[in-house]
Design a protein around this ligand. Structure first.
Ligand SMILES: Cc1cc2nc3c(=O)[nH]c(=O)nc-3n(C[C@H](O)[C@H](O)[C@H](O)COP(=O)(O)O)c2cc1C
Length: 187
């Protein structure tokens, strides 16, 4: 298997990290991979905020827990009640990925950038997790101000990054093969 396919097949969401920071070159390589994602009309409508501050990450996690506890969704409420739960899984850093409000397809384009970063991380043996639950922090403009995101961008997702605390389990089997080859229109 070539290295790209190898990374695609072996990547898993990492939910336990070693505390030490990533080497700066490794972090740069991962961020650069995000910048090379495709985007509608080459708009590159993204901005990455790399949060290294432990206190801020812990605070963000607590704000999310509060939001999750009040969400009314059972699975989120029970996650929030677990005292061990941390939205960033205590990774040494998280990248907040923001999209340009006036972009053509900021949500799709930032998703492509995130996937590039996850695969780049995996290719370097670094753990990552795409974090939608960070939206509970992004819901508060007052909290978001602490992230110093440039004007005109909305925070959409976060990605935790760090050295893996243990080996990943293999990816579970796919749920079928929802693929159809069409060589002629349906009659
Ligand atoms: C849009 C999106 C949001 C996600 N949000 C979270 C999250 O907040 N917390 C988390 O632990 N995993 C999150 N994940 C990771 C998924 O749970 C994970 O990709 C899925 O279970 C498949 O597992 P794998 O990544 O190990 O293959 C998210 C993934 C995506 C694509």
């Amino acid at each position: 298997m070539n290295p790209v396919l190898q990374a695609i097949h072996s990547r898993r969401s990492t939910r336990a990290y070693r505390p030490e920071p990533l080497k700066a070159e490794e972090l740069d390589t991962i961020l650069e991979a995000g910048l090379y994602a495709p985007s509608a009309c080459n708009g590159q409508p993204w901005h990455f905020t790399v949060v290294h501050d432990r206190t801020l990450l812990d605070h963000m996690s607590e704000v999310c827990r509060t939001g999750m506890a009040a969400s009314g969704q059972d699975w989120m409420v029970s996650m929030a009640k677990n005292p061990e739960f941390h939205v960033f899984y205590r990774a040494p850093l998280a990248v907040v990925v923001s999209g340009l409000k006036d972009g053509l397809c900021p949500l799709v384009d930032t998703a492509a950038a995130i996937q590039n970063m996850l695969l780049a991380a995996e290719s370097l043996g670094i753990g990552s997790c795409w974090l939608g639950l960070a939206r509970f922090f992004f819901a508060s403009p007052q909290e978001v101000r602490k992230l110093d995101i440039p004007e005109g961008y909305d925070p959409l997702y976060a990605v935790s990054l760090g050295y893996k605390a243990g080996p990943d389990a293999p990816a579970p089997a796919r749920k079928g093969r929802p693929i159809r080859h069409l060589y002629a229109p349906k009659a």
